[in-house]
Design a protein around this ligand. Structure first.
Ligand code: GLN
Ligand code: ZN
Length: 760
């Protein structure tokens, strides 16, 4: 068979209406059977293959479907089932599979972490001493055959063995990655052979780790693994790389002997020229030209130029057009967005529409003239987008041009500010506070849903929120907290809440993307210049402050986090969009200050996850992201206390950036790492305030006071008493009032006791 001109690396699994999510949750709650769940899954696979086939993708992917996660699928296929799940051997049952993903009564779930730099989370494989690896599942072959029976020849997708091993974790020092790799290779080889025997011509082997900074050891693993795989019977391998530039690893990738190579030309367009300059022999090249990570239409002429370069270099018979990565990270179908603004919608493409773009460009590989109509239509759409008054706002451009470096700095250094803030806030030593949200009870959610559905009028809804705020303030006063919050009852999500009030943002009805398992998120879409039509939080902060003589903290989401958790416009650099958001937040900060709010928290939980995949790209990112935070936070007087919050515990390699942010107080997750991460703060002699979380809010467990006290004593070995704040490690929105009551009361009692024992 000739090499197909249109390719695709993967399609969203959930279904346009999140059918899989609902089927999974119904199965988990015991409302439906395994057979019913499998039925829904099969129907989705059929629909997705058919859709892709009809769109012109000759051999769409198979095995891109998963009940939970494709990395977990491979672990289960290779027999990497941790002992605690009591797997007796043989094919892993669906209940064991879900136990691994979600935990069971007697076994904690496997850890999840972000898939490279996406917001998709994979289940981290665990490699235990003595684990026996063998091929336990026929899923890949079965799904290949399932499609074949429907008349669709597919290209099965497998995560490559080296990325699998590198993305997993060893559970004991005695386990060596190289040994794990060698141990899984026989099963992997067997799998490839079975696909070959079943008639698959191609298999897609994903090795995203090839775009990372690789150690010499990792490079050796690559050479070893593929030397073994080359020996056995196998379909032709399309080695798929994505999310970044192969750069210095390109020679390594080419040396692995794959019949094809996929490169991501959205993230790293320079790869095409680099590859064209290599000796590639008979290599088939898949060009990732349609952005699998965003929602915008492709500039087809621009992409076609890349196609033509590739055709010149490799010949038309060796070129395929594809999405930049799996379309898993894009929403499914724009056709369901019936309420969206028609002009803006015309600029977008979701997964289904991206298939159409792939097909058009694929036709252009041999017949440029034949796609002229589509190119002209695309030109017209892009021209309206470029010139649309919906996107460009003169006042935003002017404000950005007027930003000066002095606007990124507070007036005085922290030591000076701290004294003035003490005068304003009158807080005791070791002040207590919380991270912002209080329980989002069913009652809160019900009222918000009713308001949104138009069943509850605005006045009644606001009255309800005021009552919740009042209760929350009374609660905090009774518990004895020092710096209060209003509780965030008016917010559903910390990014969505601001996106809905900012200009330049848009929300889809069905633009869901999988986050993990059955959980999907619907990121806001930033389509144009960002501005703030009016204050966003002042009303609630003012109300909360009016109820108490204790200070109430204003609560905002930072520009980097808003950017990171949205689909971002692709017609200007991300840094530019981030600065626009920063200016909008800066206005809000100043408005809060103007009405008398004396402490303002700007959450930035996403700064760290925005770090580029390659170390060499970190400094640039950290420069603009920290600048954005500073632009947002520095417009206030020395007397106003700026807080920030970050949810994670790995600070070591971004400590300089944290210092440069210069927040007066930073609250961080610390309880689970037993304050160990504070060493990073000690090492740089961090001078500002720190609130290392003293208890884990991710569990309903109420911490004992002695535990919190012990953690605080550990913190005091590293921090001065003047620096230390006392707070939980994140917002309380997922918790219930009863446990929050006990935990916070205990926390305040602990603080009081600690105050007696220290000299400030
Ligand atoms: N202020 C937010 C809250 O308390 C912070 C959440 C977060 O950092 N993820 O819910
Ligand atoms: Zn947090």
């Amino acid at each position: 068979m000739t090499f197909p001109k249109a390719g695709n690396l993967g399609f969203p699994r959930m279904g346009a209406k999140r059918e899989l999510k609902f089927a999974l949750e119904s199965f988990w709650s015991g409302k439906s059977s395994e057979a019913e769940l499998r039925q829904v899954a099969r129907a989705l696979r059929t629909a997705h293959w058919t859709m892709q086939h009809e769109a012109g993708i000759a051999t769409p992917p198979s095995n891109d479907f998963s009940f939970y996660d494709h990395v977990l699928d491979l672990a289960v296929m290779l027999g990497a089932v941790p002992k605690r799940f009591g797997h007796p051997g043989g094919e892993v049952s669906l209940s064991t599979y879900f136990a691994m993903a979600r935990g069971a009564a007697n076994a904690t779930a496997m850890e999840m972490t972000k898939w490279l730099d996406t917001n998709y989370h994979y289940v981290v494989p665990e490699f235990e001493p003595g684990m026996r690896y063998e091929l336990l599942s026929a899923k890949v072959v079965e799904e290949y055959q399932e499609a074949k029976a429907l008349g669709v020849e597919t290209r099965p997708v497998l995560l490559g063995p080296v990325s699998f091993v590198l993305l997993g974790k060893t559970t004991d020092v005695s386990v060596v990655r190289g040994d794990v790799l060698r141990a899984i290779l026989p099963a992997y080889t067997e799998l490839l052979k079975r696909l070959h025997d079943a008639g698959a011509e191609w298999v897609q082997v994903d090795e995203p780790c090839l775009v990372l900074d690789l150690s010499d050891e990792a490079k050796t693993l690559y050479r070893e693994a593929y030397a073994v795989l080359r020996e056995g019977a196998s379909p032709k391998v399309m080695l798929a790389t994505y999310f970044g530039d192969l750069a210095e690893n390109m020679d390594l990738a080419l040396s692995l002997g794959a019949a094809g190579l996929h490169i991501d030309l959205i993230r790293a367009p320079q790869q095409l020229a680099a590859l064209a300059a290599k000796q590639t022999g008979e290599l088939c090249v898949s060009l990732g030209l349609i952005d699998g990570r965003n929602v915008w239409r492709t500039n087809l002429r621009h992409a076609l130029a890349a196609v033509e370069t590739a055709v010149k270099a490799f010949g038309s018979g060796r070129v395929q057009v594809a999405g930049s990565c799996s379309l898993l990270h894009a929403p499914v179908d724009l056709d369901f967005e019936t309420k969206m603004d028609a002009e803006i919608r015309s600029w977008m493409a979701f997964a289904k529409q991206k298939l159409g773009e792939i097909a058009v460009l694929a036709r252009g590989v041999e017949d440029r003239a034949g796609i002229e109509v589509e190119l002209a239509a695309n030109d017209a759409v892009l021209a309206t987008r470029r010139s649309s008054s919906r996107i460009h706002r003169e006042e935003v451009t002017q404000r950005l041009e007027a930003v000066e470096s002095s606007m990124l700095e507070r007036y005085s250094p922290h030591a000076v500010r701290a004294k003035l803030q003490d005068e304003e806030l009158h807080l005791p030593p070791l002040p207590t506070t919380t991270i912002g949200s209080f329980p989002q009870t069913p009652e809160v959610r019900k009222n918000r849903a009713a308001f949104r559905a138009g069943k509850l009028d605005e006045k009644s809804y606001e009255q309800f929120l005021e009552e919740e705020i009042a209760r929350c303030i009374r609660f905090q006063e009774t518990a004895g907290l020092d710096l209060l919050v209003h509780g965030e009852f008016e917010r559903n999500d910390m990014v969505e809440y601001f996106g809905e009030q900012l200009g330049g943002f848009l929300f889809s009805e069905n633009g869901w993307v999988q986050s993990y398992g059955s959980r999907c998120v619907k990121p806001p879409i930033i389509f144009g210049d960002v501005y703030r039509p009016k204050p966003m939080t002042v009303r609630w902060s003012t109300y909360a402050q009016s109820l108490t003589s204790r200070p109430v903290k204003g609560m905002l989401t930072g520009p980097v986090t808003i950017l990171q958790w949205s689909f971002v416009r692709d017609d200007q650099p991300r840094a530019e969009t981030c600065r626009q958001i920063a200016l909008a937040i800066r206005d809000e900060v100043r408005d809060l200050e103007a009405v008398g709010v004396r402490a303002i928290q700007i959450d930035e939980p996403a700064i760290r996850e925005g770090l580029p995949l390659r170390r060499a790209d970190w400094p640039l990112y950290l420069a603009w992201s920290v600048d954005a935070f500073k632009l947002a936070s520095s417009g206030v007087s020395d007397r106003t206390q700026i807080h920030t919050h970050m949810c994670y515990s790995e600070f070591n390699d971004i400590m300089d950036a944290i210092v440069r942010m210069d927040a007066d107080v930073i609250s961080i997750e610390c309880s689970r790492s037993r304050m160990e991460l504070l060493e990073a703060f000690e090492r740089v002699q961090y001078p500002n305030g720190i609130g290392p979380g003293v208890y884990d809010i991710h569990s309903p467990r109420v911490p004992a006071e002695v535990e919190m006290e012990e953690l605080l004593h550990r913190a005091l070995k590293v921090l001065t008493p003047r620096q230390l704040w006392i707070n939980p490690d994140c917002g309380l929105k997922t918790r219930g009032w009863a446990e929050v009551g006990l935990a916070l009361t205990g926390m305040v009692e602990t603080a009081k006791r600690m105050r007696l024992s220290i000299a400030v």
